[in-house]
Design a binder for this molecule. Structure first.
Ligand code: NI
Length: 216
């Protein structure tokens, strides 16, 4: 390698590192408190209580708490808008399930809660949720409040540092659990759909949940 080529390569590396630093959110990412496997175990075997109150902001900028949604069966999904993996697929399944339910869908409220409140502003969420379903509500808020909600739902979310070879401008990725949580009309956690649950199966379980409420 000639000295000139080396100098160009070095300058390129410095630029890439600089661009990577600029792309990085202002707040240093907190290391996840518990591993993905541990949290999955907690949810799978119901080892700890799941869910709880929240005070967030919706995709129109309006404050929203869990109490606003009493009377509806909630489908809650956690993710982030620039996710290229699970989020678009799972949100599409939720949207299709709602369409399958027909008029019953009125009794169901789907929520998308961001794990990346620093970048997922209400505006960012607004255009994102509209891509999936007109009834889907996006929620963001104070990062500390969002973290509290993630802890309450035993959600795993951790930024993965882009490899040094990654192109400048690459968005940092976030590994996150991709369960769809069910919360009943009284605000009580009712269970979850495992990752990759088909829309038909979701619709079937939701119908059973809604029928059980009528029988009570
Ligand atoms: Ni995702």
């Amino acid at each position: 390698m000639s000295r000139r080529v080396m100098a160009v390569a070095f300058a390129g590396g410095v630029l890439a590192a600089g661009a990577g630093w600029l792309m990085w959110p202002r707040e240093a990412p907190e290391p996840p408190e518990r591993s993905a496997a541990e949290l999955m175990d907690v949810v799978m075997w119901g080892r700890e209580p799941i869910g709880g109150p929240f005070a967030l902001v919706d995709h129109t900028g309006a404050p929203r708490t869990d109490r606003d949604f009493r009377g509806k069966l909630l489908l809650i999904y956690f993710g982030f808008t620039y996710c290229a993996d699970a989020c678009p697929i799972d949100l599409q399944s939720i949207a299709t399930a709602l369409d399958r339910l027909g008029a019953l869908a009125e009794r169901v409220q789907p929520l998308f809660i961001t794990v990346e409140p620093e970048t997922d502003t209400p505006d960012q969420l607004k255009s994102y949720v509209a891509q999936f379903h007109p009834r889907l509500i996006g929620l963001t808020g104070d990062p500390r409040e969002v973290r509290k909600v993630l802890r309450a739902y035993k959600v795993y979310a951790a930024k993965t540092v882009p490899a040094p070879a990654a192109a400048p401008g690459d968005d940092p990725n976030v590994d996150h659990s991709s369960l769809v949580y069910l919360v009943d009309a009284a605000g009580k956690y009712a269970g979850y759909f495992p990752p990759g649950t088909a829309a038909d199966r979701m619709a079937e379980v939701i119908r059973q949940q809604l029928a059980a409420v009528v029988q009570r």
